[in-house]
Structure formats: structure tokens, C-alpha cells
Design a binder for this molecule. Structure first.
Ligand code: NAD
Length: 547
């Protein structure tokens, strides 16, 4: 175990020197154990649906390797109970006016901003990420809460349609909640991916059974507590914890709709189970995201942007950049500036602002990162910056790493690393850059850097990814919460945010009323005459430009 008191211990990497944004790391002396005491763990753990004397699973604080919590494990029978409780609570919630439900989200927004330090501690303790990166989650969740708190009413209100026969048929499209949503979330953004996706489900009148990753369950449980404080009926959000391959399928088995975020491999399995039950699913999966630096890019801004895009949450971000495609004419200059900034990043392990990058979450993520770097180097790639695990800082730390000379035979070229490793490639023409960016089965996020915004947007249209950021890495698109976010290809199905992010949790119901005449032979017309009258009517409607 590494002896780190959690007071923003910040270690400069060799070559560091230009990161002056947080020159003095704040103190505080709080250890993970002090920030997440046993009493807090016990209080939060009481929110898990698990009967009797459940088995406990221990989690470890990635920053230090010390024991963090013993968490009760739900069984498949507990999952069934969770769905029963949620199902019982849901109709009364759905019967409330949308604005009453949305008001809970707005109160939650205020509580979250006020009490953010509590959850920043938890996120850091459970994931090991830097506090700044934990704050990104608070930001994202607050934005989603505000958006759906304000806009749910307009997304969900009844819409009138021109009916089958003008004037005589009136059709209304209504939105009904699905019922109980099965919501499975990963460890990498534990606040955003547990509650961020649940908020629109609640606003739409659903209950939610959430299975967070055990490693980051405390954060989800804290969010649940806060939402209850904001006015959510307690039974409406059930949290079950347990082994993914056991409890995950149990959640899918009972759900009226599944919202899943995680790896493409697991996503496929979830999709198959949901399909067998004929329930819908949205799947937010992996990526191998590219950033294109065009010849006219502002290289300093692009280099700064690349640092954020590649190393936020130590690269354990589904939309982070793992491939840098740079125009050959500026590649050396860009790489020099990017490498200088990367070497200057300060790795740190404290529960306070100050470090530029934290730890990886687990030995599994560390091993995957080390393997990708080692394989690439063995096959001839060059390490431009970083390249080493840093057990001197904590058990799972790894330096932010830039690789050059990566070739298609290397795993790091096409497989998602999900760690702080980026490879640099050069291109001569934009066609070549687009082809390279699109040469992956994934299609989650991409980024284009150019001084010519119009050109950037034109290029964006040729990239096969659900989000494209021009002159930003990922935050511009992700933070634009009224616009949809999600993946093409093997990066997923469906979208979070915007209209799609809430309508996925609803069933469309059309209520059509017919007046005066039936849509069938009447008034003494025989079948042939009816067909002739309606044929003429259809021609007239088209000529009159009826939709
Ligand atoms: P994972 O697929 O291993 O686990 C995700 C969740 O699924 C966990 O809660 C896990 O316990 C559960 N699970 C495991 N097996 C299951 C099964 N058979 N049935 C149902 N649920 C099961 O993914 P991970 O390693 O925890 O997360 C990292 C991955 O998530 C990366 O690939 C990353 O790109 C992706 N991700 C995508 C997004 C997005 O929005 N597209 C966001 C964050 C992470």
C-alpha cells in the first residue's frame, strides 16, 4: 500500500515545468479513510436492495490501495424485489404533472452544486481520478438536471397531428412512461453515468433499477440519497449491486427498457437479452476516437486541447482521444508542443484540486495500458512522452503517454486502450485523414482543429461518429445537453441528451378520433365507388401539398 495522505500530493514528471495553473497544491491532510468513514459507507450501503445478511464485497481506493468499503451484494432474488418495489411506486409518480416531476430535478441541481465536495471526495476515492476530472461529472449532471428540469414539459407534451382525413380525423401523439427502466452503468464516470442517464427517465415518469459497478457504487448511492432529498419517492430508484454477469442479466430480465453504458462486448450481450424479451435498449459503448489537426490549426490551442482530450480521467473516458491525426506540414511542430505539455502534467493522488491527472481505477486498466505500450514499443513504436507505470505514486498510476510510429499490426492502433495513451499519425490530404478516422468499427466521438470553422464543420459531416467537436476534444458536444450524444457502429445504439435522451424512456401512443364519416364505404357507396372517391381524394390532397 502506498502511504499517501490525501492532501493533493502532486508529483511532477521528469521534464515537467510549464504547468503553473495550480502552482501550490492545497493542503488539508485528509486521508481517503477520513473522507469516506465507515459511518458514511454504512449509511449509503443501506440504500442497496439486498435482503437478509448479504455477502460483502470489498472495494479498494485506487489512489492508495487501501481498503475503501465492504458493500452488500444483491442476489437475483433481490433484483426481483427491487423491480417489484419500483413497479409499485411508479404509477403514482407517473400520475403527477410533468412539471412537478421536473421540479425534483431542479431542486437536485441546486443541492448538487451546494454539496459537491461530498461527492467529489467519493468520486476520487472510488475512481482515483483528479478532482478537476471529478468536477466534470458534477458539471455534466448539473447541466442535464437543469435541461430536463426545464425542458421535459415540452419534450413530453401531447402533439397534435393532421389525421387520416383532414378536419374529420384528429390525432394526438402522447408519451407514456415505459415503466421500470433497467439501468446498468460502469465505473469510469460514476456520477454522470448513474444519475445523468436516470434523470430524464424519472422526468418521463419511470422508476429505475440501477446496477452501478461495485467499485463505484457509493457515488451512485450518494446521488440516490440526494435525489430523494430533492423530492424523489424513495422506492422509485432501486440500487442493486453484484457481479456483472450475474446481476446484469437479472436486471435486463425484468426491465421494461434497458439503458446500458459499458464495453461493446457486454453491450452486445445486453442487446441480445433485451431483443429476446422484445424490450428496447440504448447502448453507450466503447470508442477509438480520432482528433484531426489540420494544417491551419492554432497549434497551441490544439496542443492544449489534445492534453485535455487524451488524459482527462487518465484516458478512462469513452469519448477521449486515442488517435491523433496531424497534417504532415505541422506534425513535428504540433508534436513538440503537445509533448512538452504532456510531460509537464502533474500526477497526483490527493482529495483536493491541484493534480492534472490521477490514477487509473484498477490493476485491470493498468495492465491493459502497460500491455498496449509494451507491445507497441516491442514492435517498433517510439515513446515520445511518458510510457511508464508509476507504482511510486500509487498502485495503479501510469504516466500520460504519447506514441509515434504506431502501425496497424499493433494492438494500440485499433483496440480501445481506455488509459492515458495516444498514438500520433501523419496525413497529407483531408481524404486520407477522413479515411483513417473512419477506419474503425467504432463511431463515438471525433475532433477537428482548424481556424476555418466552416471547413471544420464540412469535414465533420464526413466523419462517422455520433459527436464531432470542432476546436474542442469532447466537452463542447457532450456539454451541449439539448443535442443528442451517442455512438454509431459498434459504439452503440440510441442517444442520451436532447429529445432522444428522454423520449427513449417513453412509449409513443397515438389517440385518433374520427368524426362524421367512417373511413370505409358509407352513404350508399359500394366498394368500387368508395375506392374511386378516395383515389380522387388522395390526388387532391397531394396537389394541395397536404403532408
Ligand atoms: P463493462 O461492459 O465491463 O461493464 C459495464 C457494466 O456492465 C458494469 O456495471 C458491469 O458490472 C456490467 N456487466 C458486466 N457484465 C454484464 C453482463 N453480462 N450483463 C449485463 N451487465 C454486465 O464495461 P467497463 O469496463 O466497466 O466500462 C468501460 C467501457 O465502457 C469502455 O469500453 C468504455 O468505452 C465504455 N463506456 C462508454 C460510454 C459511452 O457513453 N459510450 C461511457 C462510459 C464508458
Amino acid at each position: 500500500m502506498t502511504d499517501l495522505t490525501a492532501d493533493a500530493t502532486v508529483i511532477e514528471q521528469p521534464g515537467a515545468g510549464t504547468a503553473a495553473r495550480n502552482p501550490a497544491a492545497p493542503g488539508g491532510g485528509r486521508t481517503v479513510a477520513a473522507a469516506v468513514p465507515a459511518s458514511l459507507v454504512a449509511r449509503l450501503a443501506a440504500g442497496v436492495t439486498a435482503a437478509g445478511e448479504p455477502a460483502l464485497v470489498e472495494t479498494v481506493a485506487p489512489l492508495t490501495g487501501e481498503r475503501l468499503a465492504g458493500l452488500p451484494q444483491s442476489t437475483p432474488a433481490d433484483v426481483e424485489v427491487a423491480f417489484q418495489l419500483a413497479r409499485r411506486a411508479q404509477p403514482a409518480w407517473a400520475a403527477l404533472p410533468v412539471r412537478r416531476r421536473a421540479a425534483v430535478l431542479l431542486r437536485f441541481h441546486d443541492l448538487l452544486l451546494k454539496r459537491q465536495d461530498e461527492v467529489l471526495d467519493l468520486i476520487q476515492a472510488e475512481t482515483g481520478k483528479a478532482r478537476l476530472h471529478a468536477f466534470e461529472e458534477v458539471l455534466a449532471v448539473a447541466m442535464a438536471a437543469r435541461h430536463y428540469g426545464r425542458a421535459a414539459h415540452s419534450y413530453l407534451r401531447d402533439k397534435r397531428h393532421g389525421g387520416a382525413l383532414p378536419v374529420l380525423t384528429q390525432a394526438i401523439e402522447a408519451r407514456r412512461p415505459k415503466g421500470v427502466i433497467g439501468h446498468i452503468s460502469p465505473w469510469n464516470y460514476p456520477l454522470e453515468l448513474s444519475i445523468g442517464d436516470a434523470l430524464p427517465a424519472f422526468a418521463a415518469g419511470n422508476a429505475v433499477v440501477n446496477k452501478p459497478d461495485t467499485q463505484t457504487a457509493l457515488t451512485a448511492l450518494w446521488a440516490r440519497e440526494l435525489l430523494i432529498e430533492a423530492g424523489l419517492p424513495a422506492d422509485l430508484w432501486q440500487v442493486v449491486i453484484g457481479d456483472g454477469p450475474v446481476i446484469g442479466p437479472a436486471v435486463v430480465e425484468h426491465a421494461d427498457y434497458v439503458s446500458f453504458t459499458g464495453s461493446t462486448r457486454t453491450g452486445r450481450e445486453v442487446a441480445q437479452r433485451a431483443a429476446a424479451r422484445l424490450v428496447g435498449a440504448s447502448l453507450e459503448l466503447g470508442g477509438k476516437n480520432a482528433m484531426l489537426v489540420l494544417a491551419d490549426a492554432d497549434l497551441d490551442r490544439a496542443a492544449e486541447g489534445a492534453v485535455r482530450a487524451c488524459f482527462s480521467s487518465a484516458g478512462q473516458l469513452c469519448i477521449s482521444i486515442e488517435r491523433l491525426l496531424v497534417h504532415r506540414s505541422v506534425a513535428d511542430e504540433f508534436l513538440a508542443r503537445f509533448a512538452e505539455r504532456t510531460r509537464a502534467l502533474r500526477l497526483g493522488g490527493g482529495l483536493a484540486y491541484g493534480a492534472d491527472m490521477g490514477s487509473l481505477v484498477s490493476v485491470r486498466q493498468l495492465d491493459a495500458t502497460v500491455r498496449h505500450v509494451a507491445d507497441a514499443v516491442k514492435a517498433g513504436a517510439t515513446v515520445v512522452a511518458g510510457g511508464r507505470a508509476r507504482p511510486d505514486l500509487g498502485p495503479f498510476f501510469h504516466e500520460p503517454t504519447i506514441l509515434d510510429g504506431v502501425t496497424p499490426d499493433m494492438a494500440v492502433c485499433a483496440e480501445e486502450t481506455f488509459g492515458p495513451v495516444v498514438s500520433v499519425y501523419r496525413f497529407d490530404t483531408e481524404d486520407e485523414a477522413v479515411a483513417a478516422a473512419n477506419s474503425t468499427p467504432y463511431g463515438l466521438n471525433s475532433s477537428v482543429w482548424t481556424k476555418d470553422l466552416r471547413r471544420g464543420r464540412e469535414l465533420a459531416a464526413r466523419l462517422r461518429t455520433g459527436t464531432v467537436n470542432v476546436n474542442e476534444g469532447y466537452a463542447a458536444a457532450y456539454g451541449s445537453v439539448s443535442a443528442p450524444m451517442g455512438g454509431m457502429g459498434e459504439s452503440g445504439l440510441g442517444r442520451r441528451h436532447g429529445a432522444e435522451g428522454i423520449l427513449r424512456y417513453t412509449e409513443a401512443q397515438t389517440i385518433a378520433s374520427q368524426r362524421l364519416i367512417p373511413i370505409a364505404p358509407a352513404f350508399g357507396l359500394d366498394d368500387r365507388q368508395f375506392a374511386a372517391v378516395f383515389t380522387g381524394g388522395l390526388r387532391v390532397l397531394k396537389a394541395l401539398r397536404f403532408k
